[in-house]
Design a protein around this ligand. Structure first.
Ligand code: F0G
Length: 390
C-alpha cells in the first residue's frame, strides 16, 4: 500500500501554512487555501508511480494525491481520450488541435476527477454526509460517488436552471435535492452556511481535495501527447478547474519533469463573464448579480476561485475570452458534426474560444492546442432541440 505524500494547506495570498483540516479559507486573511507538497522529496516517488503498469487514470498519480489508498472511492475516473482534430483543424489551418474529452468520465464530466479524491477524503474523516451547490455536473458526480461510498448526499441547485439530464442523474443516485430560488451563487452561499452548521462535508471546488483530483488532467495530457501543449483552452465558471489544471502543469515543472508550461486560455459566456471582464480591466473580479447564458454549467456571477484563475491566466501568459451564446451553439454543432464529439454547451465554449482566438494573433497556427471538453452533450438535450430541431 502507498503512503500519503506529506502535504499541507497553504493560503494562496499570505502563504501561511496549516495542517490539513476541514477549512477552506485562511483563518488569518480569508483567502482560499490550496494543498501543497514537499516537492523536492517527491520526484522519485512520482516517477516510480509513472513507471507502474496499468491504464491512465486519476489514481495513477497517487504519489501527488493527498489521500490514502484505503477507502478509495472510485468509479474508474480519468484516462479520457484526447483525439487529434482532423477536419476542423484542417479547415482552420491549425497543425495540432486536440480535444481532451472529459465527457467520457463515469458521470459524463470532469468533475469525477475531483470527486473521487474529495469523496475518499470524506470517508477518511468519517463524514456522515456530503453537500454541494451546483449548476448540475458537480451534483451528478457527487451523488454517484456518495452512493458508491454509502454517504448521504445533499445538493443545492438553482431552481429551473440546470439541464434536465444532470438533475436526473442526481435523482437516480439518490441525492436529496434542494432547489434554491436564484442563481448558483446564492446556492453556494447557502451551501457554505449549511456545511458550517449542519456537519456535512462540502465538496464544491473551494475544497482543495477536489482540485487535487482535477489537476491530474494536466499529468494525463502531458503523458498522452508526450509533451506539454502550448495552449490549453477551457470554459470557466466557478474557476476551480482552470486553477487546478494550471497547478498540475506547475507541479510537473516544480518536480523538474518539464521545462515548459502552457498558456491557459479561459473562456466565459458574454452574459456571465466576471473574470474575463476583470482580466481585460486589469482589476479584481466584481460579481455579476444576474449572469445569463445558454451554457447553464457556467452561468456563474461570483466565481469562488477567481483569484486563482486570474493568476493562472496571467502567470501562464494566457488570456480570458468571451463568446456569445450563438458562438457556443455553433461550436457545439461543429464539434458534433465534424469531429464526432457531442459536448454540452459550456464544454463547447472551448472550441468557440479557439475559433475566436484563431481570428487574432493570440494563437499561432503551429501551436499544440488542447481544448478541454468538460462534459457530455447528452446531459443537456434541450440545448440542441431548441437551437436546431425545428
Ligand atoms: N464545464 C462544465 C461542463 C461544467 O459543469 C463546469 C462547472 C465548468 C465547465 C466550469 O468549471 O466551475 O471549475 O470553472 N460546473 C460546476 C457545477 C459549477 O456545479 O457543475 P469551473
Amino acid at each position: 500500500m502507498n503512503s500519503v505524500p506529506t502535504h499541507f494547506f497553504e493560503c494562496i495570498e499570505c502563504h501561511r501554512q496549516y495542517k490539513p483540516a476541514q477549512v477552506y479559507f485562511c483563518p488569518k486573511c480569508g483567502n482560499l487555501l490550496q494543498i501543497n507538497y514537499e516537492y523536492d522529496r517527491l520526484r522519485r516517488r512520482f516517477e516510480t508511480s509513472l513507471g507502474e503498469a496499468g491504464p491512465l487514470s486519476v489514481w495513477r498519480y497517487h504519489a501527488l494525491l493527498p489521500v490514502p489508498d484505503r477507502g478509495r472511492v472510485t468509479l474508474g475516473e480519468g484516462g479520457t481520450p484526447v483525439p487529434k482534430s482532423t477536419r476542423l483543424a484542417d479547415s482552420l489551418g491549425f497543425s495540432g488541435v486536440y480535444f481532451k474529452n472529459e465527457g467520457q468520465n463515469p458521470t459524463g464530466s470532469f468533475k469525477d476527477r475531483g470527486m473521487t479524491v474529495a469523496m475518499t477524503r470524506a470517508v477518511q474523516i468519517g463524514a456522515k454526509g456530503v453537500l454541494c451547490a451546483s449548476t448540475g455536473n458537480t451534483s451528478a458526480s457527487m451523488a454517484a460517488y456518495a452512493a458508491r461510498a454509502g454517504l448521504r448526499a445533499t445538493v443545492l441547485i438553482p431552481r429551473g436552471k440546470i439541464a434536465k439530464g444532470k438533475l436526473v442523474q442526481a435523482v437516480a443516485h439518490g441525492a436529496k435535492i434542494r432547489q434554491v430560488s436564484g442563481n448558483f451563487d446564492k446556492a453556494l452561499t447557502r451551501a457554505r452556511r449549511l456545511a458550517a452548521t449542519g456537519g456535512l462535508y462540502l465538496v464544491n471546488s473551494l475544497n482543495p481535495y477536489r482540485l487535487e483530483g482535477q489537476k491530474t488532467l494536466a499529468f494525463e495530457v502531458w503523458e498522452q501527447l508526450s509533451r506539454v501543449p502550448d495552449v490549453v483552452i477551457l470554459p470557466v465558471g466557478n474557476a476551480g478547474n482552470i486553477s487546478a489544471i494550471w497547478k498540475g502543469f506547475c507541479e510537473l515543472k516544480w518536480l523538474g519533469l518539464t521545462r515548459r508550461s502552457p498558456r491557459m486560455v479561459g473562456v466565459q459566456a458574454d452574459g456571465a463573464a466576471p473574470i474575463a471582464t476583470a482580466y481585460t480591466k486589469g482589476a479584481d473580479v466584481a460579481p455579476w448579480p444576474h449572469p445569463e447564458t445558454v451554457a447553464t454549467a457556467i452561468r456563474i456571477g461570483a466565481p469562488a476561485s477567481w483569484k486563482k484563475a486570474l493568476r493562472a491566466v496571467r502567470d501562464s501568459g494566457g488570456t480570458m475570452l468571451t463568446v456569445s451564446d450563438r458562438e457556443i451553439l455553433q461550436a457545439q454543432r461543429l464539434l458534433a458534426s465534424k469531429e464526432g464529439i457531442f459536448a454540452e454547451p459550456a464544454s463547447s465554449a472551448s472550441l468557440a474560444g479557439l475559433l475566436k482566438a484563431s481570428r487574432s494573433s493570440l494563437i499561432s497556427r503551429r501551436d499544440c492546442i488542447v481544448c478541454v471538453i468538460t462534459g457530455h452533450g447528452l446531459k443537456d438535450q434541450a440545448a440542441v432541440e431548441t437551437s436546431t430541431v425545428k
